[in-house]
Design a protein around this ligand. Sequence first.
Ligand SMILES: Cc1ncc(COP(=O)(O)O)c(C=O)c1O
Length: 403
Amino acid sequence: MSVTTATKEALAIHGGTPVRKTRLPYGRQSIDESDIQAVVDTLRSDWLTTGPRIAEFEEAFAAWIGVQHAVSFSSGTAALHAAAFAAGLKPGDQAITSPLTFAATANCVLYQGATPIFADVSPDTLNLDPEKAAAGVTPRTKAILPVDYAGHPADLEPVFQIAERHGWTVIEDACHALGAEYRGRRVGSLSHMTVFSFHPVKHLTTGEGGMVTTDNPGFAETLSQFRNHGINSEARRRQTAGQWQYDMVLLGFNYRLTDIGCALGLEQLKRLDSNLSRRRQIAARYTAALRGIQGVNLLGVRPDVNPAWHLYPIRLELNALSVGRGEVFSALRAENIGVNVHYIPVHRHSYYRDRFGYKGGEYPVAEAAYEGLISLPMFHGMSDHDVEDVVKAVSKVVTAFGR
Ligand SMILES: Cc1ncc(COP(=O)(O)O)c(C=O)c1O
């Protein structure tokens, strides 16, 4: 792919011709006939929810990851809440996490009445900086939630060392990182609990859905009860065994994933390897083409990881541009490139500012990174032509706004 950055073309936002006639979304599911058939078959079966597809999906998922237990949930957020509960977080406790994440990562700590403590990110990967995390330790810290930003595994080994030293639970938010590898092992088999999301823009979708993986049977049992009102047995098993008794042993929720969702997930799982390799190809094309464009910086990739590329964020070098990120964002949208921004740092949301008194400036690396971040379209159904359009548009816009 060759990109010409020398000439300034009229931008679509200024009345020029857009790079694309139709909008390319930033993320999109891919559904094929086998997915549709599996869902239809389930709709015709006796079980729409909490039937046989749940265990099938969980077992297949656990086998794919290489972990003992996988417990499904109605969303990644519900899965995070359950993991925070299983970790024993309670009022008065604290848990450390990254500010550069979706709010759900920190919210799950709040759901338990505990307090999220943010620690700044590393400048290369924008993942939780273990040294900053170590500096946030107090006697009340009980857990740490590293986030695998964009699909690049967090710096896990130092996180595990701090956690082990202090007896904390590690809840890895791998909602971006299904299929990522850290030091040759799949994400999901490393932390005490790892959380995945099956939202349609992810590597695998169940509509809405999530999963927690763990090698700890105690966590697995608590997680299964928590998603089912805190009840110690499933309705289907009672029905099959001809029993009506059950006991509610803890205060849980209805966070169950449906059989319909699991049937879809099982089919999608069959294509996960090919979806992942396609995302890696797209990322490699982006990296090769964008590396040389002045005004654009890329995320670092550490040598001990194989990222899953949920997102492909670029970092604008604002000093090299005559405008801010907002103008570049709008200009790319006008070129019909569906860009997005991940993330407004969590502590900058009104709720966190009002409740915890954040003023801004507390986490300078995350906050400076945020000012220049733009997520380019990244989904496994993208064609090479789509990738070229994105590169063309980025080059066109950044060149036009170059100083
Ligand atoms: C990092 C991160 N954590 C948690 C979630 C929540 O997942 P869900 O949308 O499945 O509730 C998301 C969703 O996008 C996410 O990106």
